[in-house]
Design a protein around this ligand. Structure first.
Ligand code: ATP
Ligand code: MG
Length: 203
């Protein structure tokens, strides 16, 4: 037997009412403001592009933003071209490529340490409402940066400053320290079908 339209309407309305009550109660409970630490990790595409989406959001609200990129993959990305010239953006890119490019441990470590000094400056700048530490997980993974130092500097930042960290294989200690963690899962990627990085999508 099929339900008539009125029955379906009423059931739908009752279900939505119950859902609204649950959502409203959850919204009511979340009544605090604070600077958040977000970690975007995993093998799927979308970590850095999500971080730069938040840069756009923050700038749209008049916040100042700092970006430190911990691997210099390429300097011709759309995000760099678009955001770097923005008056409310501070942009820092690591001096040179690393590992398979430089193959020099001492130099990589020095470069990473210099970059962390820049990041630390951003984390001490209370005028910055958002700081993006793009691909920070790699220097941590290779041991060029000390995780304890990084966590101390993150903990000491201004209370309302948000920080987004991206990169694969985020260390557990970083995940523990974060407020929001998303793992992007690689279901499929066009690169494996032989399609090179496309402007506006991959860079
Ligand atoms: P995006 O910058 O596009 O958000 P991402 O930050 O999640 O990507 P990275 O590991 O930093 O990923 O890789 C950057 C580049 O590698 C991008 O061009 C992206 O499209 C590509 N890429 C990301 N994930 C994969 C994957 N699983 N296979 C192949 N290429 C990938
Ligand atoms: Mg990335």
């Amino acid at each position: 037997m099929t339900m008539n339209t009125t029955d379906r309407e009423q059931r739908h309305q009752a279900r939505m009412q119950r859902k609204k009550a649950v959502v409203d109660a959850a919204i009511e409970r979340a009544d605090r403001d604070q600077g958040l630490l977000l970690v975007l990790t995993g093998n799927g595409k979308g970590k850095s592009s999500s971080a730069f989406g938040m840069v756009a959001r923050a700038l749209g609200h008049g916040l100042r933003v700092g970006v430190a990129q911990f691997i210099k993959g390429r300097s011709d990305t759309g995000e760099e071209g678009f955001f770097r010239a923005h008056p409310n953006v501070r942009w820092h890119v690591l001096g040179e490529g690393f590992t398979w490019e430089t193959q020099n441990l001492t130099r990589d470590t020095e470069t990473a340490q210099r970059s962390w000094a820049m990041a630390r400056e951003m984390l001490r700048d209370e005028h910055l409402g958002l700081v993006v530490l793009d691909e920070l997980t790699y220097p941590l993974k290779y041991g060029w940066l000390d995780i304890a130092t990084v966590l101390d500097d993150l903990a000491a930042r201004p209370p309302m400053q948000h920080v987004v960290i991206t990169g694969r294989a985020a260390p557990d200690a970083l995940i523990d320290a974060a407020d929001t963690v998303t793992e992007l899962c690689d279901v499929k990627h066009a690169f494996r079908a032989g399609i090179r990085a496309q402007k506006g999508v991959d860079l």
